[in-house]
Design a protein around this ligand. Structure first.
Ligand code: CO
Length: 212
């Protein structure tokens, strides 16, 4: 039987290293977490949100699911957003997709995996919304990468339309919603020109970028 002891040994080494660098580190974050950022990303094992941005435990609140989808009836994701915005008072929500996303690819190729097909329907909705843009791209890889980006765009807008973000903006709370993408080939995060800090910016972004 594999007891995974080697993982616990890794953990013990890591905890020692952290305490060597900063003796008070764990006791300081024990009682209270004050992350400034909420990360909504893909479950993909090749991405570590904290590591990618050089953030320590306590600095990033995280929600992940397959293909970083934000659905208005997903109680899990909605609960995370509400807690992050209303209780933790995060200042930034980062929706981060990634190129070569298996979920996006499966949706694009319309392959069948079972239950997850229903989840990936949301990405097929994105495809339908942006049909003309996608169809104009001849190269299949570029079309796939564009869909990864458009999925971030739509999911970022979905975050902005949640009651919690709308209420926070109405109250004048300092909260910006960002759309980013991660390039696994090089390890870089890239901004997609989406950073919305209030309702007016959202409306103007919609007019400028989506309905132009
Ligand atoms: Co993915």
């Amino acid at each position: 039987m594999d007891t995974l002891d080697y993982l616990l040994e890794n953990n013990a080494r890591w905890a020692e290293e952290m305490k060597t660098k900063d003796a008070e580190y764990f006791s300081r974050i024990y009682d209270v977490q004050t992350p400034k950022y909420l990360w909504i990303g893909c479950s993909d094992s090749r991405i570590s949100a904290n590591m990618t941005m050089g953030l320590k435990p306590g600095e990033l609140f995280v929600h992940r699911n397959i293909a970083n989808v934000v659905v208005h009836t997903d109680m899990n994701c909605l609960s995370v957003i509400q807690f992050a915005v209303e209780a933790l008072g995060v200042e930034h929500i980062i929706v981060c997709g990634h190129y070569n996303c298996g979920g996006v690819k499966a949706a694009m190729e319309n392959v069948r995996f079972g239950l997850i097909d229903n989840w990936l329907r949301h990405i097929q909705d994105v495809m339908r919304t942006h049909e003309a843009t996608l169809e104009a791209i001849e190269d299949e890889l570029n079309r796939f990468y564009k869909l990864c980006e458009l999925n971030v765009l739509e999911q970022t807008l979905n975050v902005c339309e949640t009651t919690f973000v709308r209420d926070a903006w109405q109250k004048g709370q300092n909260l910006t919603v960002h759309g980013w993408i991660y390039d696994m080939r090089e390890g870089y995060l890239k901004k997609l020109g989406i950073h919305l800090g209030n309702r007016e910016q959202l409306e103007s972004f919609r007019r400028r970028v989506i309905y132009k």
